[in-house]
Design a binder for this molecule. Structure first.
Ligand code: FAD
Length: 453
């Protein structure tokens, strides 16, 4: 076996439980390749926060490969063209890869044709296999979960291969420094220090979830508590497989709620498999008629939301956490998204793009499906007229400490007044008044929603 094979890595930067790596290692000397392909994704080019993560995870992964006497070959360009050129250069006849569902990756996979050997590995079950009675993909999460759960538990994760056969000659590689993935002027990543991209930390986070998995059902909704796994960027970049996460909490009590959340990733990829334009297009076309606000005033409101200066403490805390750390608590993602779409009546796609640029876990399926779910425009959504009340949510989920942490102007506000300092008459001068009244925003949204009926 001297003919090398290419291992095409994308969002699967791990050594353990990697079916494509295992298959490649059986097929011949392995040349692991990562292609920075900014051509194919078009406007879905990787955002700033993801690039930061990518830099560090590639650095970590390259070291893991070096420990196995292997090497990561890094090239920039159109993935199909780069892989085709590498095959010619190295004599490789086959490319092994894990299957992905982003529309641009599906296009590239199709273009590689029978030179590509695809493996499943980034989902709990093969996305195409979780079907409705009539053979289609599910559009409603609860039914999807019922069907997926029948197929669970997933198989046991595979260990990392002990050795990875190396080719007699390595092709040229670019370096991470060539790629300028990290921000410089300005360096907005100074608050990203709590993250450690890479497989070792991903496994660590999964392990740390076990003792808190039973409390997850309640704690996951409380932004002031560290009650979730913080695995999302690790899962997005494939530093850990979902079945490893599933089994990491075995034997620690009832893990149903956690596993049910984990399964959302599988669901959202099923949605974008059947509706590849989901990031751009309303899942329910009647919402094309919705009169979103536009023009200078709406642009100014969008900026105020992005900067976390709306005068709604829970919204502002979330938006500032996002900017500072590249991540936001799930409950607060729902509240901030709903506020943009309903209270400010700004098109959900504006918020989706902002999240895409700011989130370290930005993921085409997860982001678009969740935005459309909150907006009420999606295939599996709340009704448009169901409007989240940010102040009530803040109280209900006891977000006081979370707000004090992320909105320093409010750090001294005590007790329940923290949720609505305006109403309580203790708003510090440095903190802005509400951008729009709750009732006013709600009624404007309801009126707009009537146009889509
Ligand atoms: P945990 O609660 O520990 O959950 C474990 C894992 O399950 C997560 O890491 C994630 O991979 C998956 N998961 C949990 N909830 C969801 C969900 N609702 N949808 C999809 N997967 C889920 N998640 C992303 O990974 N990328 C995104 O771009 C993204 N955009 C979002 C946009 C909006 C408007 C909303 C409301 C949610 C979005 N989410 C996104 C889902 C969710 O907020 C994050 O996955 C979660 O907050 C990550 O934190 P965690 O890893 O601690 O999650």
């Amino acid at each position: 076996m001297t003919t090398p094979v290419l291992l095409w890595l994308r969002q699967d930067l791990r050594l353990h439980d990697h079916p494509a790596l295992i298959a490649a290692a059986h097929a011949g000397p392995v040349i692991p390749v990562y292609v920075l392909d900014d051509d194919a994704p078009g406007k879905w080019k990787m955002g700033g926060a993801q690039r930061w993560w990518l830099h560090h995870t590639l650095d970590s992964f390259s070291k893991s490969l070096a420990d196995k006497e292997s090497k990561l070959i890094m090239r920039r360009g159109d993935a199909v063209a780069v892989l085709t050129a590498l095959m010619e250069e190295t004599g490789a006849e086959q490319v092994h890869a894990i299957r992905h569902y982003e529309p641009w990756w599906r296009k590239a996979e199709a273009a590689l044709g029978d030179r590509l050997c695809l493996h499943d590995g980034n989902h709990l079950a093969r996305v195409e296999d979780v079907k409705t009675g009539s053979g289609g993909q599910f559009k409603v999460y609860s039914s999807f979960w019922k069907a997926l759960n029948q197929m669970m538990p997933p198989g046991d994760p595979e260990p990392a291969p002990r050795t990875i056969p190396a080719p007699s000659k390595w092709p040229r590689t670019e370096t991470l420094a060539d790629w300028d993935l990290l921000p410089t002027k300005p360096d907005w990543s100074t608050g990203f220090g709590d993250w450690t991209p890479g497989e070792a930390q991903a496994l660590q986070n999964a392990k740390a979830m076990a003792p808190i998995v039973e409390a997850y059902d309640v704690d996951r909704n409380m932004p002031s508590i560290e009650g979730t796994s913080r695995l999302s960027p690790h899962l997005h970049f494939g530093e850990i497989s979902p079945r490893t996460v599933w089994h990491a909490v075995d034997g620690h009590g009832d893990a149903t709620t956690f596993r049910k959340e984990l399964a959302w990733r599988d669901f959202t990829d099923g949605v974008v498999l059947t509706m590849p334009d989901y990031g751009d297009t309303n899942g329910r076309p009647k919402f094309d008629k919705l009169p979103w606000r536009s023009g200078k005033e709406a642009e100014a409101d969008l900026k105020t939301w992005q900067e976390g200066k709306t005068g709604y403490p829970i919204v502002d805390a979330g938006m500032r956490q996002l900017w500072a750390t590249g991540w936001m608590h799930n409950r607060v993602r729902m509240i901030t998204a709903s506020f943009l779409v309903k209270h400010l009546l700004i098109d959900w796609r504006e918020g989706e793009r902002w999240f895409w640029d700011c989130l370290v876990d930005a993921d085409y399926g997860n982001n678009s499906v969740n935005w459309q779910w909150v907006a009420g425009t999606g295939v599996d959504s709340n009704m448009f007229g169901r409007i989240m009340a940010p102040l009530t949510q803040s109280e209900k989920f006891d977000a006081g400490d979370y707000i004090r942490e992320w909105v320093p102007e409010l750090a001294q506000v005590t007790g329940e007044a923290i949720h609505d300092p305006d109403e309580s008459g203790c708003r510090p001068k440095a903190y802005p008044p509400k951008i729009v009244g709750h009732r006013e925003g709600r009624e404007r949204a309801l009126e707009a929603g009537r146009h889509a009926r």
